[in-house]
Design a protein around this ligand. Structure first.
Ligand SMILES: Nc1ncnc2c1ncn2[C@@H]1O[C@H](COP(=O)(O)OP(=O)(O)OP(=O)(O)O)[C@@H](O)[C@H]1O
Ligand SMILES: [Mg+2]
Length: 381
């Protein structure tokens, strides 16, 4: 195996344990919009982990397309791209279903530790000794996505595999000594060495949409005699009208017991320092994601046109109309932006003069605008 070159140590860098939660939040906000309350929990958890305190394990719950995977990806981006966070770079993201063997009904954490070992090697930068590997892996961040798919109850029936996964994970999360076979080079020869990994210094972030949870809590709240009441809010539309909507936000009513009914093992949920609920994304946030987020379909399209020497712009009202339509597809969250914007921009990507909006400026630059009328025409508004 070829070792990755090791980054030179920059002694002007601040030690990672001195970076404060607000600074971490500021970094994460570049890629994750409209989820500041959730990001605060994430920032504190990273801070505790970085400063070697007991790690703050988190469970992120949020509707599809509200940013759970985006948060995890942005933690990874932070660790990789910002030099001060390099000591934390050993991180792995894995889907929950990959950690269980359905034939044998067994928890199989080797995949997780195998992926961690690969990351640890890249970070160490040379063929590591067993001690070096152990040292770096024990400080890892482990993200387990789609954890809700491993519920103990699926479609009303017991799901033993989900219970196996949750029990396996809870043991790791409370701090366990796990035997692991590392591949190291000793005296110039590759060999396998058994090492014992202490998981108590690792940080665990689990995430899931918990789709049925919304309906389940909604039912509990709206059942006559529950003693709870839905809240109404005034909404202003892009066209300036005001209407009153009754909205259900899980965060207003959620109790940890709702997770047990959903099928999560109580001892598993007890291993998280915080259960963090992501917000549904409103029109304003969706608009901001469309215009500003690193990964937005508009920003990507701009880059596409830039290569062709064309400056892509979007009218304010056009962006608001797209955001408003995306919000109506609340089941897919910000993903709807991609679908809707794609329908509008695809004819332009095929032929920039499709809607007759391609203009040449006096200095020779070409400019293309996405207008409100194109949006209305394409979406039949
Ligand atoms: N809060 C957000 N800030 C910026 N972009 C977001 C946000 N939420 C979603 N997106 C965008 O929407 C897309 C889908 O988001 P993401 O993958 O994070 O959803 P998710 O919450 O993990 O959903 P699922 O439960 O379906 O996995 C991403 O490409 C991302 O660019
Ligand atoms: Mg996801």
């Amino acid at each position: 195996m070829t070792a990755a070159p090791q980054a030179p140590t920059d002694h002007r860098l601040r030690p990672v344990e001195e970076i404060t939660p607000p600074e971490i939040l500021a970094e994460l906000r570049h890629g994750v919009l409209g989820q500041d309350p959730a990001l605060r929990y994430v920032s504190v958890a990273i801070y505790k982990h970085a400063s070697g305190r007991v790690s703050g394990n988190l469970l992120l719950i949020g509707n599809s397309g509200t940013g759970k995977t985006t948060i995890i990806n942005n933690i990874q981006r932070l660790y990789r791209e910002v030099p001060e966070y390099h000591p934390l770079r050993v991180m792995t993201i894995i889907n929950a279903n990959l950690l269980v063997d359905s034939d044998r009904m067994e928890f199989r954490p080797e995949r997780l530790f195998g992926a961690l070992e690969q990351r640890a090697r890249a970070v160490i930068g040379h063929e590591p000794t067993a001690a070096e590997l152990k040292d770096v892996m024990e400080r890892a961040t482990i993200c387990i996505d789609e954890v809700d798919k491993m519920s103990g109850i699926i479609a009303g029936k017991p799901n033993a595999l989900g219970v196996v996964l949750q029990q396996g994970l809870l043991t790791l999360m409370e701090g366990d000594i796990v035997p692991f076979t590392a591949h190291v080079v000793e005296d110039g020869r590759e060999c396998s060495r058994p090492i014992e990994l202490d998981t108590s210094g690792m940080m665990f972030i689990c995430a899931g949409a918990f789709e049925g949870l919304w309906d389940q809590v909604y039912l509990r709240v709206t059942t006559p005699g529950s003693g709870e009441k839905l809240k109404s809010t005034a909404i202003r539309t892009a066209d300036g009208q005001v209407r009153i909507e009754t909205r259900f936000a899980l965060g207003d009513y959620f109790k940890i017991e709702d997770l047990f009914i959903f099928g999560m093992v109580p001892q598993f949920t007890a291993r998280f320092d915080n259960v963090v609920l992501l917000s549904d994304l409103g029109v304003d946030v969706l608009r901001e994601i469309l215009l500003k987020s690193v990964d937005s379909p508009f920003v990507r399209s701009r880059q596409y046109f830039k290569v062709m020497g064309i400056e892509l712009e979007i009218e304010d009202l056009a962006a608001s109309l797209i955001a408003e339509q995306a919000e109506k597809h609340s089941r897919t969250g910000a993903r709807a932006l991609r679908t809707i914007f794609g329908r509008i921009v695809n004819p332009l990507e095929y032929d920039p003069s499709a809607y007759g909006e391609l203009t040449t400026l006096p200095d020779g630059r070409r400019r293309l605008a996405v207008t409100a009328s194109q949006v209305r025409q394409t979406l039949g508004l």
